[in-house]
Design a binder for this molecule. Structure first.
Ligand SMILES: [Ca+2]
Ligand SMILES: [Ca+2]
Ligand SMILES: [Ca+2]
Ligand SMILES: [Ca+2]
Length: 305
């Protein structure tokens, strides 16, 4: 979401140091098969805070089978499944600042990808499983980077004075959608996976963020301010056909399209705290996935077996 919200969540981060976890499987075991469309809907990974720390969980879309993946005093945010849902990439805290980590979908084999003094966050997988896209603060503002899953081969894709963040690969791997925010507004953009051919998808004075592609790659869902509160929207990649998916008086954020293309997971305020929900892309049949008194964030919907 917008920079102020992201920084607020950073400020919540507790000062505890992460335990050092031994390396798990090598990066070469990451999936390399192309993404199939439509896919089978699998589990949803998300972040939940108990008031002192954020940890990662997976859950079935019907709310059953909840499983805890991380338990440490550093905050774990923004999880994203690999194309075959064997691995999860996320942003964690190394005791000093935010870094990118990999963990198996069952919670084992945690590895740290970045190791520096900058703020690294919002990672997502390339469909091939070979690279991770994320954003980092370059000392002046936020830029988009990619890195190989062994931590090497870092490339900078944006270089400008705006804040560029929330990147995600298209299902083909050819494009990246992200948010670019200057002093007046934030909008959704796309660019080639090498950083070229930057192109706006939205152009409004409303705050817009957290883009996520449909599994066919033709549409993007995102969260935007409707003037009163945040709603989930969907739009074609060329900027046409924008429509509102949620329509209520509470804040809705962080959408993730289901592998089947028939649902969208997101998190929303239930009046007391935030919960994970799923909804039809046309706005119908909303279902609640989590139901508790804690704040639940950042769902990402993986493929099923
Ligand atoms: Ca860092
Ligand atoms: Ca920038
Ligand atoms: Ca709303
Ligand atoms: Ca909750």
């Amino acid at each position: 979401m917008n920079r102020s919200m992201r920084r607020t969540r950073t400020a919540i981060a507790t000062a505890g140091a992460l335990a050092v976890v031994a390396s798990g499987a090598p990066a070469t075991s990451a999936p390399s098969a192309p993404v199939r469309f439509p896919g089978t809907n699998g589990r949803i990974v998300f972040s939940e805070t108990d008031g002192t720390q954020y940890d990662l969980y997976t859950i079935n879309p019907d709310g059953g089978g909840r499983s805890r993946l991380t338990d440490n005093t550093g905050d774990d945010f923004y999880p994203a499944f690999s194309a075959k849902a064997k691995w999860i990439v996320y942003a964690g805290f190394d005791g000093n600042d935010r870094e990118i980590y990999l963990i198996k979908a069952n919670g084992g084999g945690r590895r740290q990808l970045t190791d520096n003094t900058t703020f690294d966050s919002d990672p997502a997988w390339s469909p091939s499983g070979k690279r991770i896209v994320y954003y980092a603060d370059d000392g002046t503002d936020d830029e988009i980077y990619t890195v190989k899953t062994d931590g090497g081969g870092r490339r900078q894709l944006t270089d400008n004075s705006a804040d560029d963040y929330d990147p995600v690969y298209s299902p083909s791997g050819a494009s990246i959608a992200y948010v670019s925010s200057d002093a007046t507004q934030s909008d959704i953009f796309t660019m080639n996976a090498n950083g070229g051919n930057r192109h706006p998808v939205t152009d409004s004075t409303a705050d817009e963020g957290t883009p996520n592609y449909s599994p066919g790659g033709k549409r993007i869902t995102y969260a935007g301010d409707d003037g009163t509160d945040y709603e989930i929207y969907a739009i074609k990649v060329n900027g046409a056909g924008r429509h509102r998916v949620t329509d209520n008086t509470l804040d809705d954020f962080g959408p993730s399209w289901s592998p089947s293309g028939k649902r969208i997971a997101y998190y929303g305020d239930d009046g007391n705290d935030t919960e994970i929900y799923t909804i039809s892309p046309d706005g119908g049949t909303r279902r609640q996935v989590t139901d508790n008194t804690l704040n639940d964030f950042d769902p990402d919907w993986g493929v099923g077996p």
